[in-house]
Design a protein around this ligand. Structure first.
Ligand SMILES: Cc1ncc(COP(=O)(O)O)c(C=O)c1O
Ligand SMILES: N[C@@H](CCSC[C@H](N)C(=O)O)C(=O)O
Length: 394
C-alpha cells in the first residue's frame, strides 16, 4: 500500500489525501460502480479492479490515506467497527483461546460470545488493568488477546506495551488486537506499542459527523493482511464507495475536532468534579492511571463518565439536558449523554454486569465542539432540575 506523505507530521497527513485523477479533480472522485471492464479475458485476473466487493478505487484512496495517517503498511476499510472484530474472529479455529478484557464495549462482548457459541472458540475475560493477573492469564495456549484503552465507558487504562510484549514472549503466534476507537491514530499508535492489529470504529471520531457506519483495520504483518483481506472479500464487508468518500472528507478535520473536543471535555470534567461527582477521565490528575495513560497516549480523548450515587438522579440529569442529546455513540461534533447500563452496554447480560459491579448510575458524556459555556450551562441546569425532581442532596 502506498504511503506517500510519511515525511509530514500527522496533522498534515490527516488533511493531505494523495490520489491520481485523470481530470485533475482536487477531491478524489466517487467510483459508484460495482463492476469494472476487462481489457480482455486474459487480463481479467491481473487488473486492479474487477468488482467492488474485491476492491474499489475510492476505497483504495481511503485505505492509502489511512495507511499514511496511521503510518502502517496495510489498512482495510469495512462497513462498521463490529465488522472489524468479526473479520478478525473469522480467522480463528475451533478451540482457539481468546483473552479479552472484562470491561469491553457491549457490542464487542456480544460478538465474542456469539463466536464462542457458533465457532466453539474459548473466550476468557480478565481485568486488563491488573498486569500481574494478565501475565498469568495469557499463556502459550492463548491465540488472541483483545484490548481496549481507555475502556468504554469505565475509562480504565491498560498497559498495552507490557501486555503485548508478554503475549508475544509466551506465544510468538499470539495475535494482539487493539480497539483504538476511543483514542484514534492521532492520540495513540497501538502498532508501535507492539500490537499486531489496530482496529477502530470509524463511525466515531474518524468520520466525526454521525452520518456513516465504518470500521478500519490496520496491520504491518503481511500474513495478517492477507487473511483479513480474504475474509473481507469473501464476505463482502468492504466499505461502500460513497461511505469511503464521506470518510475521506470527515477525516480531514479530525485533528481540529479532537483538539476542541478534548478542551471542552477537560473543562466539563473539572466542572463535574468541582460539583462533587466521581468523574472518570484520564485528563484529570485524580485518575488513578493518569500517568500510564499519558505514557502511551498524546491526549485524554473526549469521553468521560461520572457517577452520581443515585440512578433516578442520573436519569433525571440525562432527561433534562437540551444540548447533550440522549444518544449512544461518540466522536461526533455534537455532544451526547447516555446511561451505558441501559443503552450502549445493554447487550451485556445483566447478571454479568452485576457481577462486575458495573455502576448503574454511571452517566457517559461524549463531548462535541459546541461553545463550552453553553455545555456547562446545559449540564448545570439539568443537574439543578434533577435535584428538584429527585430531591437528592447532591
Ligand atoms: C469501543 C468501541 N468499539 C467498537 C464499536 C463498534 O463500532 P460500530 O458501531 O461502528 O460497529 C463501538 C461502538 O459501537 C465502540 O464503542
Ligand atoms: N443498539 C446498539 C447500541 C450501540 S452502542 C454504540 C456505541 N459503541 C456506544 O458506545 O455508544 C447495539 O445493539 O449495538
Amino acid at each position: 500500500m502506498a504511503n506517500n506523505s510519511k515525511e509530514y507530521r500527522i496533522n498534515t497527513r490527516v488533511v493531505k489525501v494523495a490520489h491520481k485523477d485523470g481530470n485533475k479533480a482536487s477531491i478524489p472522485p466517487i467510483y459508484q460502480s460495482t463492476t469494472f471492464k476487462a481489457d480482455s479475458i486474459g487480463s481479467f485476473s491481473t487488473q486492479d479492479y474487477d468488482y467492488t466487493r474485491s476492491g474499489n478505487p475510492t476505497r483504495t484512496v481511503l485505505q492509502d490515506h489511512l495507511a499514511s495517517v496511521i503510518n502502517c503498511k496495510y489498512v482495510y476499510a469495512v462497513n462498521s467497527g463490529m465488522a472489524c472484530l468479526d473479520v478478525i474472529l473469522s480467522n480463528l479455529k475451533p478451540n482457539d483461546e481468546v483473552v479479552a478484557g472484562e470491561d469491553l464495549y457491549g457490542g464487542s462482548y456480544r460478538l465474542l460470545h456469539f463466536a464462542e457459541r457458533k465457532h466453539n472458540i474459548k473466550i476468557k475475560h480478565f481485568d486488563t488493568t491488573n498486569l500481574p493477573l494478565m501475565k498469568k492469564a495469557i499463556t502459550r495456549k492463548t491465540n488472541l488477546v483483545l484490548l481496549e484503552s481507555p475502556t468504554n465507558p469505565l475509562i480504565n487504562v491498560v498497559d498495552v506495551k507490557a501486555i503485548a510484549a508478554h503475549a508475544h514472549a509466551v506465544n510468538p503466534d499470539c495475535v494482539v488486537v487493539f480497539d483504538n476507537t476511543m483514542m484514534t491514530p492521532l492520540l495513540m499508535s497501538p502498532l508501535e506499542l507492539g500490537c499486531d492489529i489496530h482496529y477502530e470504529s470509524a463511525t466515531k471520531y474518524l468520520n466525526g459527523h454521525h452520518d456513516i457506519m465504518a470500521g478500519v483495520l490496520a496491520t504491518n504483518r503481511d500474513d495478517l493482511a492477507k487473511s483479513l483481506f480474504y475474509v473481507i472479500n469473501a464476505t463482502g464487508s468492504g466499505l461502500a464507495p460513497f461511505d469511503s468518500w464521506l470518510l475521506i472528507r470527515g477525516l480531514k478535520t479530525l485533528s481540529i475536532r479532537l483538539e476542541r473536543e478534548q478542551q471542552n471535555c477537560m473543562k466539563l470534567a473539572t466542572f463535574l468534579q468541582d460539583k462533587g461527582f466521581t468523574v472518570r477521565y484520564t485528563g484529570l490528575k485524580s485518575h488513578p492511571q493518569h500517568d500510564l495513560h499519558f505514557s502511551q497516549c498524546k491526549g485524554p480523548g473526549a469521553v468521560l463518565s461520572f457517577e452520581t450515587g443515585n440512578v433516578a438522579f442520573s436519569e433525571a440529569v440525562i432527561k433534562n439536558c437540551e444540548i447533550f442529546s440522549t444518544t449512544v455513540s461518540f466522536g461526533s461534533v455534537s455532544s451526547l449523554i447516555s446511561l451505558p447500563l441501559k443503552m450502549s452496554h445493554a447487550s451485556i447480560d445483566k447478571k454479568v454486569l452485576a457481577e462486575r459491579n458495573f455502576p448503574q448510575d454511571l452517566i457517559r458524556l461524549c463531548v462535541g465542539i459546541e461553545d463550552i459555556q453553553d455545555l456547562i450551562d446545559d449540564l448545570d441546569h439539568a443537574i439543578s432540575l434533577a435535584k428538584r425532581e429527585v430531591g437528592a442532596k447532591l
